[in-house]
Write a protein that binds this ligand. Sequence first.
Ligand SMILES: Cc1cc2nc3c(=O)[nH]c(=O)nc-3n(C[C@H](O)[C@H](O)[C@H](O)COP(=O)(O)O)c2cc1C
Length: 361
Amino acid sequence: MHRRSLLMGFGGLAVLVGAGGAGLHAATGSSGAYGRYSTILRSIPIDFAVPELIRLATLAANSHNTQPWRFQVAETAINILPDLSRATPVVDPDNHHLFLSLGCAAENLVIAGAAIGVHGVLESNPDGSLRYSYGLGTPQPDPLLQAIAQRQTTRALYDGQPVPASDLDTLRQAAETDGVRLIIIEERARINQIRDLVVAGNEVQMQDPAFRAEIKTWLRFNPRSAMATGDGLYAPASGNPTLPDFAGRLAFDAFFTASGENDKYAKQIDSSSGIAIFLAERADIQSWIRVGRACQRFALTATMLGLKHAFINQPVEVARLRPELASLVGEPGLRPDIVMRFGHGPQMPYSLRRPVPAVMT
Ligand SMILES: Cc1cc2nc3c(=O)[nH]c(=O)nc-3n(C[C@H](O)[C@H](O)[C@H](O)COP(=O)(O)O)c2cc1C
């Protein structure tokens, strides 16, 4: 189904449901309350406080916004532990995305820590747990601190304009990490090859009832349900209208189709300036964490430069497409970890996070 039909489908349902007036409002919650939640969540602390630092860490990119982490506070250290109860076994059977998400959060912690005067060392263990040992020092102002609050995964059409070479150099340098390779593709013919793989992966996923069922459990169709859980994929953040939960689930079953989503992804990639692919030199938990750190730094730097980004990980998630993707980017034999498009695009509504006490252990 065409993207427009999808929106009309969702929108038509919204209009029908909207005939309920006050009832609709009660069922969806208010966008004003959502905005207030989001603003507080994304404020920049003036002074150092451990809960504030943890809040900034949780603003990191993470798969399906499950926020698969727990934070444990010691005297001069913060431990980040994997929360396997928040795994997504269908899309991520070996917890690759989960550990990568932990790396994203760890990178936010390190950047925010130094910027607000908590300098530390991050150590990762083979089981995927991380320890940030810190001491208080002088704050080192860093524009990436603001970017932590501003960054979002922007699932929208971009304007297709090229990114200046100097910005691409800045992105490359920012993401440079031992054991992680970053390939940036700007040539349209090569972008098209990646696009075709994303669409092929999407086709496989959309035909898989288990994939559909899993993603459905993480969708939040309105402010009320997004604020109730503080997690998940907020429909308006992807350009879909607000709906009561029951109508959202109906709309998902009716309008979330392979052809509609394939068409949407193809257009979004066509509108992007480039694609970044991250590949670790080794396929193990600590390497995935390193990729998470590199890709979070890339995303924050892009944000600082006024660029948007969005993950298009289908050819990573569908295992049989990985070798073709690796060959396409000149890295045969490596397992690709992240595929991310970037360019200039609009601001979309933010997704939420759980309150800090909910992620403490
Ligand atoms: C490892 C990883 C894989 C992801 N894969 C996808 C993806 O395939 N498609 C997508 O739209 N977003 C993907 N995301 C983005 C998350 O859905 C997003 O970070 C999360 O919903 C929170 O939203 P935010 O980034 O706007 O804060 C991925 C993020 C991570 C860290």
